[in-house]
Design a protein around this ligand. Structure first.
Ligand code: KIV
Ligand code: NA
Length: 264
């Protein structure tokens, strides 16, 4: 049966972890979905891993629509989440038009990076039938404001603000929250504070779901390997086997382990 937003909500209610991976093409989408990974993310990380850019900022709507339609062709029942690229949701009319394009290309949900300023945008999308994932914490489209890729929410003040933003965005209609590079105790607090399923990357083992960039979990990290990445290829004989091992490790909550986690 195809994974829907209701499937993710049921996982959260039952306390069962679920997995997500990025894909950018039909072949990976098919392998990832057949391995039982619940969510496929067409991440704007494609700017880095496919295009060789040094950030996600050069990624355009045209790129995202193309890769979303490729993934949709290969998908066998996972929930397809597509990133809205940099400045494609700067205004509400832009957000509506651009999200609609991603949905027409085959996405089931769109993901936006930001904080409380996205409240009205998320409300407008949600009211018109577009499910939204709100991405908080280390939001790579903000790299120039952050002055680098750094763990977010380390001070109590920043932690409180992130909890508040997650709650506000859920109230505005966000169906899923994604937390990137936040201390595990903060991710656990946010996961408890909202009813929406929470997906983590570098956010410890207490979120409802986990996500990784598929190239990273296959050992294809070209730069410095982030702390939260595990190479599942090291213990597997094939790519489908490595992806299945990742899905199983997430379900069993053996990934992420302490060594992949930011404690504070
Ligand atoms: O673009 C991406 O791949 C992402 C994940 C790392 C969450 O946003
Ligand atoms: Na992204």
């Amino acid at each position: 049966m195809a994974v829907t937003i209701n499937t993710l909500r049921e996982y959260k209610e039952k306390g069962e972890a679920f997995s997500a991976l990025t894909s950018y093409d039909a072949t990976f989408a098919q392998v990832v979905s057949e391995a039982g990974v619940d969510v496929i993310l067409i991440g704007d990380s494609l700017g880095m891993v496919l295009q060789g850019q040094s950030s996600t900022l050069p990624v355009t709507m045209e790129h995202m629509v193309y890769h979303t339609s490729c993934v949709a062709q290969g998908n066998k029942g996972s929930l397809i989440m597509a990133d809205m690229p940099f400045m494609s949701y700067g205004t509400i009319p832009d957000a509506l038009d651009n999200a609609a394009e991603l949905m027409r290309a085959g996405a089931h949900m769109v993901k936006l990076e930001g904080t409380d300023w996205m409240r009205d945008t998320i409300e407008a999308l949600s009211e018109r039938g577009i499910p939204v994932c709100a991405h908080l914490g280390l939001t790579p489209q903000f790299v120039n404001k952050f002055g680098g890729y750094k763990v977010q929410g380390r001070s109590e003040k920043a932690a409180e603000a992130m909890i508040e933003h997650a709650c506000e965005l859920e109230a505005a209609g966000a169906d899923v929250i994604l937390l990137e590079c936040v201390p595990a105790p903060l991710a656990a607090r946010i996961t408890q504070a909202v009813r929406a399923p929470v997906i983590g990357i570098g956010a410890g083992c207490d979120t409802d779901g986990q996500v990784l960039v598929v190239y990273d979990m296959l050992g294809l990290t070209t730069g410095r390997k982030p702390r939260f990445v595990k190479d599942f290829m090291a213990e597997s004989r094939s790519i489908p086997e490595a992806i299945a091992a990742y899905a199983k490790a997430v379900k069993e909550r053996t990934f992420p382990a302490e060594e992949h986690t930011f404690k504070a």
